[in-house]
Design a protein around this ligand. Structure first.
Ligand code: NI
Length: 181
């Protein structure tokens, strides 16, 4: 196991399109995924994409812990690793929600995301997974997959006045804390 260094906003790897994983038998892939899990757990985040640890491959991981379930949502999502993920919007509707990012440390902003999506990809054992998602689940998947296309959440923001340092949150009592992803 190894905790990897995190790339932060400004590093070219976070602006580049990550490439598809073509060979799941490459021993580097499980090693990378294991290190990503270690790094995510060490940081206490809820999602991570391979470019954030300087690996330009289409691999993301995310989870939805119980405490992140919005009203009406009933199922938390255990840590899921997706290789070559693809997102399909199921609605035109967008919802605003707070996001942070391990590559943009200390900041939070309100980001519009598609309210309901279907996504698919491969699990590390090669099995195909397909799910529908809404709420925070849909949000974290969109956030992580954006990393694979060189997009950081501030680039999705429509109201930059909501961008703020977490350390100033005491001045913004209406803003809830969010994990970095
Ligand atoms: Ni992020």
């Amino acid at each position: 196991m190894a905790i990897r260094k995190l790339a932060r906003m400004g590093h070219p790897i976070l602006k580049a399109r990550a490439r598809e994983v073509e060979n799941l038998d490459d021993p580097e892939i499980p090693r990378l995924i294991e290190d990503m899990v270690d790094t995510l757990r060490d940081e206490g985040g809820v999602g991570l994409a391979a470019p954030q640890v300087y690996a330009g491959l289409r691999i993301v991981m995310f989870m939805v812990p119980d405490e992140r379930l919005a009203e009406g949502e009933t199922e938390s999502v255990p840590l899921t690793t997706l290789i070559n993920p693809v997102i399909e919007p199921l609605t035109d509707e967008t919802v605003l929600g707070w996001e942070g990012c391990l590559s943009v440390p200390g900041l939070r902003g309100a980001v519009p995301r598609i309210a309901r999506i279907r996504y698919h990809g491969l699990m590390p054992d090669g099995q195909r997974i397909e799910r529908e998602a809404e709420g925070f689940h849909a949000r974290v998947v969109q956030h992580e997959c954006d990393h694979l296309d060189g997009i950081l959440y501030p680039m999705r923001m429509t109201d930059m006045t909501t961008l703020h340092f977490v350390s100033e949150m005491r001045h913004n009592a209406h803003i809830e804390a969010e994990d970095e992803v």
